[in-house]
Write a protein that binds this ligand. Structure first.
Ligand SMILES: [Zn+2]
Length: 306
């Protein structure tokens, strides 16, 4: 059911969204305007913050409701990637089509997942590392810096502007990380539960512990139904108020996750809705994450750390 629906909405989501840039020829540096292609509009928004109006940024997956894990690009999409000057991809099998599209191309590829090891955290075995890198603010900042460097190389006339945009973006990232540090100060060690391991890196930085059964989150991520035991354990975390918030991925939903909403409501556990791509009407990465961090902070409210 979920797969069929995702396939249907993916078709709608394929229409490429040109976020910035000028009209006219679309042949990258030949026209003087570098082109950037990103897998999802989250990475596209990071690139746009750096590109300003001096580069053309296209995102392949822009659907606000579907599941980007299940996106399958058209041949035209992958051709657009290999023809671009710069490609921004999540990596870690999240957008495997990008990894193959950049492999045999001259495009400058920036793979966020590959930057995970350089943020000073130990993420363990690469095969089991959380692929939702766009919730790791430090890595997102590094991606912005790399986009700035790549665009500066493609278009030296605007190098200073690209680098200044990347610096400004990183200052805002530092601000968001300060908000996470404040959450940690007030709530270090507080338990929450996620329906999918979407915000793992962000919760870590905020000192929050995801108490959801590992099997539950993994099943949801893989589009399968969690086992009865995992489901019961998850519901118990809510009804016993062991967890102080339910982090609900609005783009990995089925009848089991929907049932948790009413369990949370009855138990009085706040629900925080997080997304994998930008919600309709939001085009700015910082505004998106700022809103989500504020929602998380509000949900935790005045609970003391425990
Ligand atoms: Zn996901």
């Amino acid at each position: 059911m979920r797969r069929t629906l995702a396939a249907a909405v993916a078709t709608i989501g394929v229409s490429a969204l040109v976020l910035t840039g000028c009209s006219g020829t679309d042949d990258g540096t030949a026209s003087g305007t570098p082109s950037v292609v990103a897998s999802t509009n989250v990475w596209g928004a990071v690139a746009s913050a750096v590109a300003g109006d001096k580069a053309e940024v296209t995102s392949l997956y822009t659907n606000a409701e579907g599941d980007p894990h299940e996106f399958e690009p058209s041949a035209a999409d992958t051709a657009e990637v290999s023809d671009a000057d710069v490609a921004v991809l999540n990596g870690g099998h999240y957008d495997a089509y990008m990894e193959s599209a950049v492999a045999d191309s001259d495009v400058t590829a920036i793979n966020a997942f590959d930057l995970l090891g350089s943020d000073g955290h130990d993420h363990g075995d690469p095969d089991s590392m959380n692929e939702h890198v766009f919730y790791d603010l430090a890595v997102v900042g590094q991606v912005a810096t790399k986009v700035g460097d790549a665009l500066a190389e493609k278009d030296p006339d605007n190098a200073a502007e690209f680098r200044a945009n990347a610096t400004a973006f990183n200052e805002k990232i530092t601000g968001l990380r300060g908000e996470l540090a404040q959450i940690k100060q007030a709530h270090d060690g507080t338990k929450v539960a996620q329906t999918e391991p979407l915000a793992g890196y962000m919760l870590d930085e905020a000192g929050l512990v995801d108490a959801a059964p590992a099997g539950f989150a993994q099943s949801v991520e893989e589009g399968q139904s969690p086992s009865a035991a995992d489901r019961a354990a998850m519901e118990d975390l809510l009804t016993s108020k062991t967890v102080h918030a339910l982090i609900y991925n609005t783009q990995a939903v089925d009848s089991v996750t929907e049932a948790l909403l009413s369990v949370s409501e009855r138990a009085g556990v706040p629900v925080v809705r997080f997304t994998e791509t930008l919600p309709d009407g939001v085009t700015d990465y910082i505004a998106w994450q700022s809103g989500q961090i504020n929602a998380l902070s509000a949900a935790l409210g005045t609970h003391a750390a425990h």
